[in-house]
Design a protein around this ligand. Structure first.
Ligand code: SF4
Length: 358
């Protein structure tokens, strides 16, 4: 059964070579947590992010040293880089001149209109988009006074800044409007999506640890995407940024929006399980963690329900007593000893991938 999600119509912008909005695929982003001025560490992390499938990377620009470092980082990476700037518009100017592909500024703290104009003018000259990134925690004071920290205040804050950029004839804009509260985030994006056709960067900010952050992001980002809202996403976790990218793709995979790499279907195990399924699943997942092959693999504990439950899978195994069976599209192919299951499965994955032209 296929259920189609109808995507909100948005304008298309470009962040370097990556298109955002319109019909472009929903791009997965992350942000480095190295000191940006530590160029070797930043480049090393970005290379790991690239391997995991990250399509746009953001770096913090807290000082001039960080802004200057962008020049060197850019020469060594392969994906567009966005400079994240707060408080000081001169850092935004320096980041643009150092070769950033996009800017993220927070309207709540960038300062007077003439400073914003200077940034908009230089960004236009260099052909860079700007993300207006509103956070519930740093809204302009007058809006908090009038509306409280509410979705309404967040939307008003974002649109006010968009209007300001438009008044400087700057239109290459995307917006994010994040809160750490899933319900507030959802409501804010829904309101915003109804009031603008600019592309939206979606995420739940400061989402938390691997468990809570993944759940909050899957709910917040997932529900928005299901409603057709969102043109690029960032999962925010207190964790290795590479995990943010992996969770981002899992959300897209679960909604059948984008498939990158294998989808592993595995059973929770029960009293019928007679093989070490946890170990087998871990080994298969680790072996394929950076694979881009779009294949569905089922790893099931028993033959009672295994092949049948995973009929849609391209390939799979179902455990027995110290052995397992290999099946393809629900059809049993052969029996394999438990110790050989992972090796055989991975060989079969390679074969299926080769036949499919990978
Ligand atoms: Fe239990 Fe078999 Fe279902 Fe796994 S597939 S949960 S082992 S019945």
């Amino acid at each position: 059964m296929s259920i189609n999600i109808s995507r909100r119509k948005s304008r298309e912008i470009s962040v370097g070579t990556v298109k955002i909005g319109g019909d472009a695929p929903i791009a997965v982003q992350s942000m480095t947590n190295t000191f940006t001025h530590d160029v070797p560490a930043t480049v090393k992390l970005i290379h790991r992010l690239e391997t995991a499938g990250c399509e746009i990377v953001r770096v913090a620009v807290p000082d001039m040293q960080a802004a200057e470092a962008i020049r060197s980082v850019k020469q060594q990476i392969h994906i567009p880089l966005i400079a994240d700037v707060h408080f000081d518009y001169r850092l935004a100017l320096a980041a643009i001149e150092a070769g950033a592909d996009g800017l993220r500024i927070n309207p709540g703290n960038i300062g007077q209109d003439n400073k914003v104009k200077a940034v908009a003018d230089l960004a236009r000259e260099y052909g860079l988009p700007i993300r207006v990134g509103v956070n519930a925690g740093s809204l302009p004071k007058d809006l908090v006074k009038e509306y409280g920290v509410t979705p309404e205040a967040m939307v008003k804050g974002a649109l006010r800044h968009v209007e300001l950029l438009h008044s400087f004839d700057f239109h290459d804009i995307k917006i994010s409007i994040k809160a750490s509260d899933v319900l507030v985030t959802l409501e804010a994006y829904r309101m915003l999506a109804a009031r603008t056709d600019l592309p939206l960067h979606v995420g739940v900010t400061e989402a938390g640890t691997l468990y809570s952050g993944t759940v909050k992001s899957a709910l917040g980002i997932g529900m928005l995407l299901y409603e057709g809202i969102g043109d690029t996403l960032r999962v925010s976790l207190t964790r290795d940024p590479v995990d943010e990218v992996r969770v981002g793709y899992e959300i897209l995979k679960a909604l059948k929006i984008r498939q990158r790499g294998p989808e592993i279907i595995s059973c929770p195990t029960c009293g019928r399980t007679r093989i070490n399924l946890f170990k087998i699943v871990d080994q298969v997942e680790s072996a394929l963690i950076n694979s881009t092959i779009p294949i569905q693999i089922a790893i099931m504990g028993c033959v009672v329900n295994g092949p049948g439950e995973a009929r849609e899978a391209d390939i799979g195994i179902a455990g027995g007593e110290g052995q397992g069976i290999l099946f393809k599209k629900g059809q049993v192919i052969k029996k394999i000893r438990e110790e050989d299951l992972v090796k055989v499965l991975l060989e079969e994955v390679k074969k299926v991938a080769k036949d499919a032209g990978f």
